[in-house]
Design a protein around this ligand. Structure first.
Ligand SMILES: [Fe+2]
Ligand SMILES: [Fe+2]
Length: 266
């Protein structure tokens, strides 16, 4: 089997739990809301790029990337339906979703492939940094994870599996460091601004405004570790294939393969 297998997963996320835990999870909910818009955009850009890839292995990796991303946004779309149901005021999410979808439609229609691939790599570099931060903090190793936590652990495990693909495709077709750097930073600003807007709306529409997500110090430590890893992706010698991946990553990959309903190659 390919090292980036396309797993069909099943998560039994409970809508009542999504509602109950939303003050704890509103940032993750904000991230989840973006995926049915972002990931189809990444796939469409990659499908255009595949036609120009002359390296057979890289072309296959790109197909596996598309297959994994397609599974991700389908699973997140189910969660997002539950997030919309948390509060009637969450109908406001639709307006933000429409703006995000319009942005990606415009990028595909008006921007060169080089831009769309550099955007994709900007996002993927930040996601790999996030997945590594979680791995190092043992977030995927908690005992008896909820189905919601399993969904994120599976998604980030696969993000690490395919961490080299957008970098390698961009490098294969263009290899222009400064363009990738600037578009990548723009991509991170563009994407996380939407995450922030979704998360704020979900938090502010809290039907029971009480409790606290994590302590200020915990949040600061996680953010510093993640930002530090993102900053390292801006260096000219950054290459995701050289990232030090904790051994636990292989175990998570194996476990998710065992749990998958189906696993295939593109
Ligand atoms: Fe993904
Ligand atoms: Fe990805």
């Amino acid at each position: 089997m390919h090292s980036m297998p396309i797993r069909t997963m099943q998560f039994g996320i409970d809508a009542d739990e999504v509602k109950k835990d939303h003050l704890r999870n509103y940032v993750e909910y904000g991230i989840s809301m973006t995926f049915p818009h972002l990931e189809p955009y990444l796939i469409r850009a990659m499908r255009v790029a595949i036609k120009d890839i002359s390296d057979e292995k890289l072309a296959q990796d790109a197909k596996q990337f598309c297959g994994q991303e397609a599974q991700h946004y389908k699973q997140h779309a189910k969660l997002n339906d539950m997030i919309r149901e948390i509060s009637p005021k969450n109908s406001g999410l639709q307006e933000i979703e429409e703006q995000m979808a319009a942005d990606y439609k415009r990028f595909l229609a008006t921007k060169p492939l080089k831009f769309n691939l550099a955007y994709a790599e900007g996002f993927e570099a930040a996601t790999s940094a996030m997945a590594l931060t979680y791995l190092h903090n043992g977030v995927f190793d908690i005992e008896n994870p909820t189905e919601f936590q399993r969904l994120f652990a599976w998604h980030l495990t696969e993000e690490l599996e395919h961490r080299t693909v957008t970098f390698d495709v961009y490098d294969h077709l263009y290899g222009d460091y400064f363009y990738r750097l600037f578009v990548g930073i723009y991509a991170q600003w563009h994407f996380f601004r939407y995450v922030d807007r979704f998360a704020k709306l979900i938090k502010d529409n809290d039907p029971q405004p009480q409790g606290q997500r994590v302590t200020f110090v915990q949040e600061l430590m996680i953010k510093c570790a993640w930002y530090g890893r993102v900053l390292r992706t801006y260096l000219p010698w950054y290459n995701p294939k050289n990232l030090k991946i904790p051994k636990s990553h292989n175990r998570h990959s194996r476990e998710f393969s065992e749990q998958a309903l189906d696993e295939r190659e593109a």
